[in-house]
Design a protein around this ligand. Sequence first.
Ligand code: NAD
Length: 294
Amino acid sequence: MSGARIIDGKAVAAQVRADLKGKVEALKAAHGFTPGLAVVLVGEDPASQVYVRNKGQQTKEVGMNSIEHKLPAETSEADLLALVDALNKDPAINGILVQLPLPKHVNAEKVLNSIDPDKDVDGFHPVNVGRLWVGERALVPCTPTGSLILAKSVQESLSGMDAVIIGRSNIVGKPMAALLLRENCTVTVAHSRTRDIQSVVKLADLVVAAVGIAEFVKGDWIKPGAIVIDVGINRVEVPGGKAKLKGDVAYEEAAAVASAITPVPGGVGPMTIACLLKNTLQAAQMQRGIEVTA
Ligand code: NAD
């Protein structure tokens, strides 16, 4: 039986979007312009097409302009760089997102690093990574931002908590560490070479799992009363049935000991696009020298 509070990521994401919608309206009324988000999709990857469609829809729902550039899989790196350059220079575009993965013949790092850091709403550019770590205002990657909002929806102040992040990727684990340090947590980043990982996790008041292995974290690794944020999205084949989405945490077991936990699906997932829209508004306000309310 689950004793934990289930953190409803869909509901929190809807609140974030509703709040943004009000702020976009206020911006339009006060300054007479509408923030614009450009999304660049190269090729026909079905999952990417779904993400891009959802991003476009939600961008419009909060009152911002969505501009989609759908390019064929054989688009050259030079052409892609030229498009990013044009978007960097276009004042109607406040945020640029290049959907990953890119085709193999394109150097993804080169393309991402060509985005103007002030329009880099994914927060992947080294300039934004640096700004985040030194404590300057930065565009911060969306998934860790969403994970932090969910943790704070349970407990407003995380100050002094022992936090363990499992995973050290550039898009989740590392920025999560920076964000939790900023919240005054004592942060440990565990990864594939960590020794006795379950003892490390057992010390955590807050666990953020971003491993990419279904049900990697077991219930008996969790300290009673801990908050568990499960970032993992793993497609698991069910014999004779449709594939199911599983998190990186063994949900039922962990929910029996945690004080609060995010489900998969319906936890961190819905927060990611909401935070992308938040970043777009923030980018627009920063570019125009307007007070940041996002
Ligand atoms: P990644 O593969 O880039 O990184 C995984 C990390 O896990 C690595 O740093 C690695 O050191 C660590 N790891 C791997 N095996 C391990 C082991 N046995 N023990 C301890 N650590 C181990 O993955 P990522 O991009 O950070 O994504 C992690 C998970 O989060 C995936 O399931 C991904 O689908 C999901 N994800 C979800 C969202 C979302 O919107 N909710 C966004 C991004 C990623």
